[in-house]
Design a protein around this ligand. Structure first.
Ligand code: 3PY
Ligand code: MG
Length: 260
């Protein structure tokens, strides 16, 4: 992993579209990669995924031109290290609310002297065969995206963005709405204002702003990009399944009714 195109796009504030896997498996990763997503994130926060299941997802992406990312279960040094060793080219760290928390996430993701990531033989360096190459290039290639999904995170956004090593931020609209006391009301004025504040802070520091468009439509995706978001997660495997299953069933039932 010596040329992380997603990190490059984050630093250049170029639009990328990502898939998000919450309930699927390596086959889902293969399908998403083949569909053409720029990156796919395994969600180890809101799922039953552990390091072993994420490793399988990363294997499904390997060699298919789709960058493997992970949303780690929490801002924890070992959780981050194990996912990077397993094959993630970048980490998305949930619920970052302060610069200290952002510093901890960056430290966990970088080898010394920039951080505290431990060295070892692992999948990421071909079980040691590419140890030197990976060790020399990882700090410049691992993408680090911190999630802003609380009122406190929004208030501290300037200090969080000032942390060296933060490549971009990613808004979790559901947690954000919950933090304003209106869970699920992602279009409420307080949430919209918070998003604007984060995007403006990113623009003024040259960092990327990302958004999880949990239920994507052509309108809300175009709006997210027009609003200044570049790192876009498009839906979830579970949402696509629900939408696909429901619309196929509705169409079939309507056709049967018409025919009888
Ligand atoms: C949220 O909306 O809180 C999320 O974490 C989406 O990924
Ligand atoms: Mg969240």
């Amino acid at each position: 992993m010596t040329n992380n195109t997603v990190r490059k796009a984050l630093l250049e504030r170029k639009v990328t579209l990502g898939g998000w896997i919450q309930c699927g498996n390596a086959a889902t990763a293969e399908i998403f990669a083949h569909a053409g997503f720029d990156w796919v994130a395994a969600d180890a926060e809101h799922s039953d995924f552990d390091v072993a299941s994420c490793t399988q997802l990363f294997r499904g992406l390997h060699g298919r031109g789709c960058t493997p990312l992970v949303r780690v279960r929490e801002n924890d040094t070992l959780a981050i290290r194990q996912m990077l060793d397993a094959g993630a080219a970048g980490v998305i760290i949930p619920l970052i609310a302060s610069p200290q928390e952002a510093q901890r996430a960056v430290a966990a993701s970088k080898y010394p002297p920039q951080g505290v990531r431990g060295y070892g033989f692992a999948r990421m360096n071909e079980w040691g065969a590419n140890f030197d190459l990976y060790a020399a290039s990882a700090n410049e290639n691992v993408a680090i995206v911190v999630m802003i999904e609380s009122k406190q995170g929004v208030e501290n956004i300037d200090a969080i963005l000032a942390v060296d090593g933060v490549d971009g931020v990613f808004i979790g609209p559901y947690d954000l709405s919950g933090s304003y006391g209106i869970p699920g009301q992602t279009d409420a004025p307080a949430v919209v204002e918070a998003c604007k504040h984060v995007v403006a802070a990113c623009a003024s520091t040259g960092k990327s702003a990302g958004l999880h468009v949990v239920k994507p439509t052509p309108e809300n995706v175009t709006k997210a990009i027009a609003d200044g978001f570049t790192f876009i997660a498009l839906g979830l495997d579970s949402v696509f399944l629900q939408q696909g299953a429901r619309s196929a069933l509705a169409a079939a039932r309507a056709a049967i009714e018409d025919a009888t």
